[in-house]
Design a protein around this ligand. Structure first.
Ligand code: SF4
Length: 271
């Protein structure tokens, strides 16, 4: 693969870099439903939904649209009972997220207004720096940088960052870099473009640098070796045996999961 050589430094002069992203996004940006809204609640729902679920999955079965039909605002979500909540999230997994989202909705109602400042957003349950800045940029179009997995990969290649990106020091460095490069005039477009480059040309493994709109700013000569990550912990294989029991009326015995990850889900009892 031929990787173009960088001829411009985005840190010295970020304006052409921001312009390149905006121009590319204007022509190639995808039309996702959460990009059509400026409702902070709807943006928050999309961010939480996409935290551990692929875009294709969320869109494929219209989870996002159906969830917002069922819970269109913080008011409706705040009073949802567990069964309704889990039903609306069924198939997305990591059910803790939707419970936390309900807590966030309750906190927003208690505050009386959807907060817009980084500090106030980060005080909401389950909202960290990434989600707070995503709401600021995508809903309010306020100057804010976001660093998710895709952006971390693009940025680390852009500046040829060779430290681990998932260590506290590595993350701190990437956030500082992201803050420096972020476009204060077009935060929504800038962040959407950077994330989308990470999903398309600057994908994991071997990227498509020849199709990349920011190739002339990109320092790395060995993109496939980046980002550097801490080696993963070994996967533990767990085997469980479940019971299938029916009574004389054909009803199947189920019980509710107690563990944190899928708490409240109905499942077959384990032996
Ligand atoms: S695809 Fe990634 S590695 Fe390649 S030029 Fe673009 S930002 Fe750099």
């Amino acid at each position: 693969m031929l990787k173009p050589v960088a001829t411009l430094d985005p840190l010295t002069d970020p304006a052409p870099f921001r312009d390149a992203l905006a121009e590319w996004f204007g022509k190639h940006g995808r039309d996702y439903p959460w990009r059509r809204t400026s409702d902070p609640y709807a943006v928050l729902v999309s961010e939480v939904m996409l935290q551990q679920t692929q875009i294709a999955t969320v869109l494929g079965r219209n989870y996002y649209g159906r969830f917002l039909d069922r819970f269109p605002d913080p008011e409706s979500l705040a009073i949802a009972d567990d069964a309704d909540l889990l039903k609306a999230w069924e198939g997305l997994g990591y059910y803790r997220r939707v419970r936390m989202l309900r807590e966030t909705a309750r906190a927003v109602l208690a505050a009386g207004v959807f907060p817009g400042s980084l500090d106030a957003l980060q005080k909401l349950p389950g909202v960290g720096r990434y989600t707070a800045n995503a709401v600021r940029a995508f809903a309010f179009d306020l100057p804010a940088a976001v660093v998710d997995g895709n952006v971390a990969r693009v940025l680390s290649r852009l500046v040829d960052f060779r430290e681990t990106v998932d260590s506290p020091a590595g993350l701190k460095h990437l956030w500082t870099l992201a803050d420096e490069l972020a476009d204060p005039q077009r935060p929504k477009i800038y962040n959407s473009a950077l994330m989308e480059i990470g999903q398309t040309c600057c994908r994991p493994g071997v990227p498509d640098c020849l199709a990349c709109p920011i190739a002339r700013f990109c320092k790395t000569r060995e993109p496939e070796t980046l980002p550097v990550k801490t080696p993963k912990a070994k996967t533990t294989h767990v085997e469980s045996h479940v019971l299938w029991m029916r009574d004389s009326e054909g009803r199947v015995l189920l019980h509710q999961e107690q563990g944190k990850r899928r708490q409240g889900l109905w499942k077959l009892p384990e032996r």
